[in-house]
Design a protein around this ligand. Structure first.
Ligand SMILES: N[C@@H](CCC(=O)N[C@@H](CS)C(=O)NCC(=O)O)C(=O)O
Length: 218
């Protein structure tokens, strides 16, 4: 099976995670960020992740992909539960989260940004959403403070002895939370509280998705 992704994309992280957790072999293909034709031909819009379930058959939507792969390769490993509190917290983090990550992603070594036109495409599109990247970079310290507070709130919800957000089994929460945390590893000097740091490293190992610490940007 082929999974079409961008490396930075948190939704793609959710889809990649289930393959890693279940050790299901797959090929992932990183599209250039300004390649509109490939995804539009597959699913009618420019959006990833996209899973090619059979040759010529395409499935969009990260959490649909998670459920599809979990069911296709038993036993089930994911509890289909979401904590409304976590969803709310992640939602509150949105502007600081994108303000920190988006202007850094285009300067990373991620494959979807390897051409100047791919970087320009992303910048133009996302600046319409969050405003100028230069202003976001200037606001780094404030965004970091906001995210730090949010990480501390999440840290309090994490139980030391449990590997997953809800306990012993992975749930939808872990897909949302790990995708969020992995994105933030592109930000240099944004320390995670200890339980969350262990959780992030564990999820990365278990799902075989590299973090971005090595290419973190100030
Ligand atoms: N609901 C979708 C959202 C996917 C999504 O928003 N993907 C972003 C990348 S993170 C995308 O492809 N946006 C189009 C673009 O960036 O041009 C899912 O969960 O898969």
């Amino acid at each position: 099976m082929k999974l079409f992704i961008y490396d930075h994309c948190p939704y793609c992280v959710k889809a990649r995670m289930i393959f890693g957790l279940k050790k299901v072999p797959f090929e992932f293909i990183t599209l250039l960020n300004d390649d509109e034709d490939t995804p539009i031909k597959m699913i009618g819009k420019k959006m990833v992740p996209i899973l090619e379930t059979e040759p010529g058959q395409f499935m969009p939507e990260s959490m649909d992909i998670v459920q599809f792969i979990d069911k296709k390769f038993p036993p089930l490993v994911v509890v289909e539960k979401e904590d409304p509190f976590l969803l709310e917290i992640l939602n509150q983090a949105r502007s600081a989260y994108y303000g920190l990550t988006m202007p850094r992603w285009i300067n990373s070594r991620m494959e979807e940004f390897k051409t100047p036109s791919a970087r320009q495409y992303f910048q133009k599109k996302k600046e319409n959403m969050i405003g100028p990247f230069s202003a976001a970079l200037e606001n780094t310290e404030n965004f970091k403070m906001e995210i730090t507070k949010i990480l501390q709130v999440i840290e309090k919800k994490m139980k030391e002895e449990h590997p997953w957000y809800l306990g012993d089994k992975a749930s939808f929460n872990d897909f949302h939370l790990f995708a969020f945390l992995r994105s933030l590893t592109i930000v240099k000097d944004l320390p995670f509280p200890p339980k969350l740091e262990r959780y992030t490293n564990d999820c990365a190992d278990k799902s075989q998705i590299p973090l971005s610490y090595e290419q973190a940007i100030e």
